[in-house]
Design a protein. Structure first.
Length: 136
């Protein structure tokens, strides 16, 4: 077997490994309860920020930690810690998606994605989302 054939076989094996790991690492939309069952996996949790509770931010202790309380689609509330700064217009978001893992009773987010109100929404779409029916 020629060296080029061996190199192509190795390259194909590496590409298959990358594709498989990408598919297996892609998160799924779940509730906090499901994310608690397998804390080693990365999940996407959709919910709403509880604006009645204070945000967690102490720049003297750690300026790169932002925390808040979030209620998922089935009504479970958890503390979410995000290793980053507070996103702009965070309080105005209709819904948010946090990507990360459960660690004990806290959700450690690596990303915070926001669904903000938009003048481009169709009439009634915003009301539908606030009634609890979510479209990921």
């Amino acid at each position: 077997m020629k060296k080029i054939h061996i190199a192509l076989i190795i390259l194909i094996a590496i590409l298959l490994g990358v594709i498989i790991s990408t598919v297996s690492e892609s998160g799924t939309y779940v509730s906090f309860n499901t994310a608690s069952e397998k804390p080693d996996r990365t999940y996407h949790v959709i919910g709403k920020v509880n604006l009645q509770k204070e945000f967690i931010y102490n720049p003297e202790k750690d300026a790169n930690v932002f925390g808040f309380f979030m209620t998922d689609t089935i009504g479970t509330e958890k503390k979410v810690l995000f290793n980053g700064t507070k996103p702009q217009d965070f309080e105005k978001a209709e819904r948010i998606v946090v990507v990360g893992k459960m660690k004990g009773e806290e959700f450690i987010a690596s990303q915070v994605l926001m669904k903000c109100p938009s003048k481009y929404n169709k009439a009634g779409e915003s009301e539908e989302l606030s009634n609890g029916s979510l479209k990921p």
